[in-house]
Design a protein. Sequence first.
Length: 279
Amino acid sequence: MENWRKNSRKDIVMVDVDALVPKDHLLRKIENVMDYEWLYARLSPYYCADNGRPGADPVVLIKMVLLQHLYGIPSLRQTYREIQVNIAYRWFLGYSLLDEIPHFATVSYAFCKRFPPEVSEEIFAHILNKALNHRMVDPSMIFIDGTHIKASANKKKFQKEQVARTAKVYEEQLHKEVAEERRKLGKKDKDDDNSGSSTGGCTVEKTVSKTDPDCGMFVKGTHERQFAYEAHTACDKHGIVLGVEITAGNVSDSVAWDAVYDQVTEKFSEVKFVTMGRC
């Protein structure tokens, strides 16, 4: 029995981190095709080379967010903890087993304060262009669908607010067309509150989260209510994302349809069919 027991936890060894990551690992495949030089050039104006403490590598910060979404990690805080103990994650960041990982607060600050708001969209466009160049995208048929994402908000901390009723899609345009048709027929324009107002002249009660006011109350199934966002996504038949619009979880798919549709049709002239579902 004594011969079976082994404790090498405190042994000092020389380790090649690259050798510990499997050759067919997903992160190796991503690293082999990605080009980060354009990111350094894009973000260099937001860093000072000769003043203050050296900043964290911006590409490392972006890679940490990429790891979070690739592996479905719920928060940056948890991502930070996972990277500390995961050899493949450290390899992807270019760090050794002893290098200190950038704090999750540093990542949050970079995306909220330092990086321009459009940098995430530019990264998405850059990766999409790579797929286009390799003929991996077929934009002839587009599928648009919505997926709810649970918000990090306490369901018990909310308040009721009266807000203006949001106009339905095409409602304002419809009122204009009706008014124009009435004028052609020699009739007077309707002057009631509901005819020309985009809000319909009334308010509705809305449940607003105190911890995350941007999300919306979403009823899941017949019982459960939770605060959430909704990602309205446009994909091709291979499942490659071509466009996305993020709204509160209580926003109808029909409201976001136009924004997603316009994104896709402006980028791709080859679009022939657009349908809801299957993303």
